[in-house]
Design a protein around this ligand. Structure first.
Ligand SMILES: [Mg+2]
Length: 158
């Protein structure tokens, strides 16, 4: 297998970026969950890293730049769009030759991706307001459920 034939696509809000603090400070404080930088540093040695995020492109990019993690992500692996539902199929199709891992705090995004692309490895990071309120989806179990990004390392290494 080609070195680093693995790709991990990360959601931004509530996955990498501490959106609670951002909102509490009226959009002033850009910060990450505390383990994120070290986890990205470790993961960048075993996989190529990218972004699969919903929102306004400029703002989402500012979240990566202001927290000094933008350089971990290869430009062509950064996907930011208004609605994931609309572009998911187009984007994930590009990774059919790759071992793709998708990390998101929203279980329905993982579920929809898995339905379209059963070979994608879905990782549910259970933190933030959505993770707390989401109901289980009948007949769907993410491939991994984690609380912090450090837990992605063993998942991707195997
Ligand atoms: Mg999110």
């Amino acid at each position: 297998m080609q070195l680093k034939n693995k790709v991990i696509l990360f959601d931004i809000d509530y996955t990498l970026f501490n959106t609670d603090i951002f909102k509490e400070t009226k959009l002033q404080k850009y910060s990450l969950y505390e383990e994120v930088k070290e986890a990205l540093n470790n993961l960048s040695k075993i996989a190529r890293l990218g972004i699969f995020s919903e929102g306004e492109i400029r703002l989402q990019k500012t979240k990566l730049e202001s927290t000094n993690i933008a350089d971990y992500f290869q430009n062509d692996l950064v996907h930011i769009m208004t609605r994931k539902d609309d572009e998911m199929e187009d984007i994930i199709t590009r990774y059919t030759d790759t071992a793709l891992f998708l990390v998101d705090d929203k279980i329905d995004i993982l579920y929809k991706t898995k339905k379209l692309f059963p070979s994608v490895f879905t990782v549910w990071i259970k933190r933030g307001k959505y993770a707390k309120s989401q109901k289980p989806i009948d007949g769907f179990e993410p491939d991994a459920i984690i609380k912090t990004l450090q837990e992605v390392i063993p998942v991707v290494s195997t």
